[in-house]
Design a protein around this ligand. Structure first.
Ligand code: NAP
Length: 489
């Protein structure tokens, strides 16, 4: 069965020096639909380091001319690519849903955001890149400008397969860098479809390159390659730290955006309906597979029981299924491996003494489903020492934690090695101010879910969630350029 489907699906190629080419390894990997076991979305190249070397050579050469173009001209390519992506939005979104499982509505929203990211950074090509600084010499002009880094290596995860590649590649390109992207293998085809948009927009050969295949083969090669001048990575902490070590040993710039264990605080003066809705949306959409997903739900004791009751009522209404079906609210986990990870956390949670209030079972053929599905799970009696409160699960699991005071809530929220995003539900200005001042997270949201990032604002984490740099908005200029101070006498 699988073989028949495989022969009918398309094989996607690498994109090197403006051409679609097969890997010299002659090997391909298969992208599978987690919503339907056995359904193949397509095949992608399992590239070798020889393919990567070709891409790095092309990118190095192409960057010399690309950096000399006016910013507005570079921006025109991004604008064209944005329009092409907009025309193809349904196809790209459907590919995303089939490769990684999020609902088609969410995938379409993410693709629309990709279009907006391209347009935002196209505009950056015409904005100021420096400042005039008064010199102590009255006959001199002193100012700063910004120059590109060179070739930027981009490594991305599968959970936002359009937005993350574009929020890395677009600023890299507009500031005059060339790029090589190695996307997550699960979503290699979605990435190929974005690169097709840039190709069809006429971007010069070698400026953008796509090399697909195993991260453990291509990732270290990317960080170590002599032609790579900077590396930007989003993914797990273990891999991020390995890449950073190689980058440090070569003295190149690197940027890591990694995991989260994001809390929501529900204060006793909160709008309960709003808090329940946002906790569910922030924690369970995309099956909890967002770095900013709500995971720890810290509730003041006075409203704990009514909050819990409303939450459980709403969670029970969630429809789990294929993200391409109109009635589905929550899709599958991205893969069998990810499903097993989620199930093992649910098991460990129970073993450690947390109380499972709802869900947590695998859903299968008996439930009319034939993919990697799990019911959303809600635990209570979770303490900060438990694995459910400490480790990133990347699944639809909420851990309820009861606290006495708002001070204890903040202390509990900060008791984590991660610091990506956090939210609070409260109507009191004093609680909002304490939260803004004391919460150790790169993104703090008040009366809004923890997941949710606007493309024009800086994004990144504190503590173990990031290398302390920021992506998106104007903040991206800090990573993708170097400052040059100019003195003219
Ligand atoms: P991952 O396993 O670290 O993979 C991320 C990327 O790294 C993939 O392209 C992967 O390629 C590649 N890779 C794997 N092993 C590598 C190695 N040894 N050297 C270099 N690259 C390697 O992470 P994931 O499971 O895809 O993504 C989930 C993680 O990403 C979560 O921790 C989540 O919190 C984090 N995330 C963070 C943000 C943020 O902005 N902070 C946003 C989204 C996701 P293969 O696919 O070929 O293995």
């Amino acid at each position: 069965m699988t073989t028949t489907t495989e022969t009918k699906t398309k094989t996607y190629l690498n994109y090197i020096n403006g051409e679609w080419v097969a890997s010299e390894s002659e090997k391909t990997g298969v992208s599978k639909n987690p919503a339907k076991k056995g359904e193949v979305v397509g095949s992608y190249q399992l590239s070798s380091t020889i393919d990567f070397d070709k891409a790095a050579t092309a990118a190095k050469k192409a960057q010399k001319a690309w950096r000399k173009l006016a910013g507005s001209v570079r921006g025109d390519y991004l604008l064209k690519a944005a329009s092409i992506l907009e025309e193809r939005i349904d196809d790209v979104a459907a590919t995303m849903t089939k490769e990684m499982g999020k609902t088609f509505a969410e995938a379409k929203g993410e693709t629309a955001r990709g279009v907006a990211i391209l347009r935002y950074y196209a505009g950056e090509g015409m904005r100021a890149v420096g400042e005039v600084i008064p010199s102590s010499d009255s006959e001199a002009l002193m100012f700063t400008t910004r120059v590109p880094l060179g070739v930027v290596g981009v490594i991305t995860p599968w959970n936002f397969p359009v937005a993350i590649p574009l929020w890395k590649m677009s600023p890299a390109l507009i500031y005059g860098n060339s790029v090589i992207i190695k996307p997550a293998s699960e979503t290699a085809i979605t990435c190929a479809k974005i690169i097709e948009c840039l190709h069809d927009a006429g971007i010069p050969a070698g400026v953008v390159n796509l090399v697909t295949g195993s991260g453990s083969v291509l990732g270290p090669e990317m960080a170590a390659h002599r032609n790579i001048d900077a590396i930007t990575f989003t993914g797990s902490n273990t891999v991020g730290k390995e890449l950073a070590q190689i980058a440090v040993s070569r003295g190149i710039k690197y940027q890591l955006e990694m995991g989260g264990k994001n809390p929501v605080i529900v204060a006793n003066d909160a709008d309960l309906d709003l808090a329940v809705e946002a906790t569910i949306s922030g924690g369970l959409k995309s099956s909890g597979q967002k770095c900013t997903a709500t995971s720890r739900v810290i509730v003041q004791k006075e409203i704990y029981e009514p909050f819990k009751e409303k939450l459980l009522q709403k969670v029970a209404e969630i429809t789990v299924g294929d993200g391409m079906d109109a009635g589905t609210w929550m899709g599958p986990s991205v893969s069998e491996g990810q499903l097993n990870t989620v199930l093992s956390y649910i098991k460990k949670g129970k073993e450690e003494g947390a109380t499972l209030l709802f869900g947590g079972n695998q859903l299968n053929e008996n439930d009319g489903l034939n993919g990697y599905y799990v019911e959303p799970a809600v635990f209570e009696n979770v303490t900060s020492e438990m694995i459910l409160a400490r480790e990133e699960i990347f699944g639809p699991v909420l851990a309820l934690m009861k606290v006495d005071t708002i001070e204890e809530a903040l202390e509990t929220a900060n008791d984590s090695e991660y610091g990506l995003s956090a939210s609070i539900f409260t109507t009191k200005i004093s609680h909002m101010l304490s939260f803004i001042n004391e919460m150790d997270a790169g993104l703090v949201r008040i009366n809004a879910e923890s997941a949710g990032v606007e493309l024009q604002a800086p994004f990144g984490g504190m503590k173990q969630s990031s290398s302390h740099s920021r992506e998106q908005g104007r903040a991206a200029i800090e990573f993708y350029t170097s400052i040059k101070t100019v003195f003219i006498k």
